[in-house]
Design a protein around this ligand. Structure first.
Ligand code: AMP
Length: 283
């Protein structure tokens, strides 16, 4: 596996491969890699000649300083994992390499996709995400880029950014990879206390029940129902739950039959914030 830390070096390496018509699949990450990340890499490997993974903890997408400081950094283990799945290229830039001395976000208009959920509760988050993903796309110039449905709002926002800025890259969504007990894999899970870790599977169990009830109950009733369920869970504090149109991400109270919906949730387990979502349409 080749490892690059500067833009100049990775650009020059990839341009020589592009000249040979090799297709590049790209998986941006913030490191602390787990099987969820590896599932994206495996998907990228199936469809591209080579796969580039970036590990960069992007400061501009954190609204809370302590969250950025406490974000797990496990680069030795990440490198090992990437080698074990035969990743071709790791891009590991410093903050200075990406931002020079100007650690700020560009302002984006994602046609309203950015206002709810993560956008509402994490100020400036999606401007930070847009800034880093656009910058990385410019450096890597991938043919395809892979993002997890774990961050479904982020996935839709990246698709919107690519369409609006006419970027020449195909954005691919990948299913949520879960622990055996259903908890969505996340780099943050390692920071849970044992008690919170044991309580956390309740999140997905509740989402599965919502999926079952959707149709017989409307979105308004289900939102109330979920909030009541979490009142019985002293270790889990719900930040938001909503059922939204998959395309616009606008919350709904009463579902319409011709639209696809998804349920979204954010929960605090102690001071660790966990997010999850589930599709509500039955194919
Ligand atoms: P992160 O390192 O958390 O920024 O995640 C990097 C990419 O991996 C994003 O596209 C995430 O949506 C994706 N990802 C993280 N966790 C999972 C998971 N459990 N299943 C699928 N994709 C995931």
């Amino acid at each position: 596996m080749k490892i690059f830390i500067t833009k100049t070096e990775i650009k020059s390496y990839l341009s020589s491969l592009k000249e040979q018509n090799k297709s590049i699949g790209f998986v941006p990450t913030m490191g602390a890699l787990h099987q969820g990340h590896l599932s994206l890499i495996k998907k990228a490997q199936q469809k591209n000649d080579l796969v580039v993974v970036s590990v960069f903890v992007n400061p501009t997408q954190f609204d809370k300083k302590e969250d950025l400081i406490n974000y797990p950094k496990t680069i030795e283990n990440d490198t090992k994992l990437l080698k074990s799945v035969s990743c071709d290229v790791l891009f590991l830039p410093s903050v200075e390499e990406i931002y020079d001395n100007n650690v700020t976000s560009e302002r984006f208009d994602f046609d309203g996709l950015e206002h709810q959920m993560e956008g509402e509760f994490r100020e400036g988050h999606f401007d930070g995400v847009g800034t880093i993903v656009k910058t990385l796309f410019e450096i890597i110039t991938p043919n395809k880029a892979y993002f997890g449905e774990k961050d479904f709002q982020q996935l839709q926002i990246i698709k919107k950014m690519v369409a609006k800025h006419r970027l020449d890259v195909k954005v691919k969504g990948c299913p949520i990879f879960r622990e055996e007990d259903g908890l969505a894999m996340s780099s943050r899970n390692t920071r849970l206390t044992e008690a919170h870790r044991n309580a956390a599977p309740f999140i997905y169990e509740t989402l599965k029940k919502v999926r079952k009830k959707f149709g017989t109950n409307n979105a308004l009733e289900l939102t109330e129902w979920v909030k009541n369920q979490f009142k019985k869970q002293p270790l889990l504090d719900i930040e938001y739950f909503m059922i939204a149109d998959e395309k616009t991400l606008k919350p709904t109270k009463y579902q319409e039959s011709d639209k696809k919906y998804r349920a979204f949730i954010a929960v605090f387990a102690g001071n660790i914030r966990l997010i999850d979502n589930i599709s509500l349409h039955k194919d």
